[in-house]
Design a binder for this molecule. Sequence first.
Ligand SMILES: Nc1ncnc2c1ncn2[C@@H]1O[C@H](COP(=O)(O)OP(=O)(O)OP(=O)(O)O)[C@@H](O)[C@H]1O
Ligand SMILES: [Mg+2]
Length: 470
Amino acid sequence: MEKEITKTDDKNKYYLWGRHYHKLQYFDKAIANYTKAIAEEPYNSESYFNRGLAYIAKKEYDKATEDINKAIELGTDFPEAHHALGNIYDQKQDFARAREEYNKAIELSSKQEKLHEEHEITLEEHKPAKEFELLEKPDVNFSDVAGLKNTKEMINEAIIYPIKKPELAEKYGKTVGGGVIFYGPPGCGKTYIGKATAGESNASFLNVKISDVMDMYVGNTEKNIHNIFETARNNTPAIIFFDEIDGVGGRRDATQQSFEKRAINQFLTEMDGVEYSNEGILIVGSTNAPWYLDPALRRAGRFSKFIYFPEPDKKTREEIFKIHMREKPIDKKIRFGRLARLTEGYSTADIKEVCDEASAIPWKEALEGGRERKITMKDFLQAMGKVKSSLPQWYTSVRKFLIKEEEEVESRGEYKGGVIVVKHKRAQEELISEGERELFKDLIKDVSKQTSTNHRILRRIRIAFARHIM
Ligand SMILES: Nc1ncnc2c1ncn2[C@@H]1O[C@H](COP(=O)(O)OP(=O)(O)OP(=O)(O)O)[C@@H](O)[C@H]1O
Ligand SMILES: [Mg+2]
């Protein structure tokens, strides 16, 4: 490396030193050298790109984004740049944009026969090792889960009993394994209860996010998925929890040549368990948008059970408040039942936020004035003014995917010299199949109910009642 640097001309020197330090993972030094290289040669896209990568390594994502976009602007559009942007969005948890960038990278790289060697080296160094950090032994179980009695019962039957007593289950034709889908509105406990399920049944838990399987290099996505299944096979009983499975298992016809398409084919191969045994492995897919799932995933032996996670009902909300306030100094006059009535339409995650907000008020006061006091009802009311319920809006936004609306159309025609207008209703195209309608019937029922004008008015009245009259 040293040799390589000394023999090149000055123009390239800083860039090469930059790469040298980059490989040694001295990112600050690398950045300083790339910066000098840029000062000498302001139109060199390589320096910008590499400096961007060094910024990614330092988790300075805004600077990284700026550099990588600059590199794209200066050079030709190259796949590695989009892969790097994908990485950044992954880190920022903006998975939709991450996916978009990864797909762009795949599209571009399939057009090019060979990737630039330069980039390959640097990107390889940025590849995180994935398999090991995935495996967990959760320390939460069903006693930490508030409410959701029916859901727990379904999980007991579908997952926990077969894992705990496999012989008995087998005798009566219930095998451990296969797939279950958890679906429902966001923030209502799918991930949390997935974890508690593993804790309850003493199984290993592999929490896989879409970003864990994404990779633009041909074959790597498949390899990642295979590794996840292999890790589970070596740690049975195990639950593989795929978050946002609609991203991996999205309908295959939606995009051509996409990451998703390759991912799902590998997924199906692994799930079919022809080459490998999947005994003792349960695959849980979690989604807010089950209507995006590829129907192939639902065929027999794959994801055959769907478990709905509804928004927390009054009883559950009350328990969630109690769980979250368990160890906090609360005023004796706090009525949990009233808090539950005040938070109709709040997801579990929203309620957690309300609790955090409410607790922060006396805490900040104590920091400023030094006097400590208990958390009061008034603090909760103030917190609810800040943290609004997120579910009504969610129901409205998904309604169009699930419920056939009748739209009003006008036909105009001439009649005896005049114009005649006929208004009639026309049903929109069928959005999901009959089978899906049956499968998601609980969700559809809720969406339909929650978005009806009647219900919305009544909800407001109930909340106002709890707020002002009690
Ligand atoms: N039944 C419950 N009892 C106690 N706490 C809960 C319960 N359900 C959820 N929580 C809490 O609410 C938070 C949000 O839940 P979680 O992340 O599981 O939602 P989710 O359905 O996976 O959301 P998303 O669809 O956005 O991934 C969790 O951090 C957890 O602490
Ligand atoms: Mg989740």
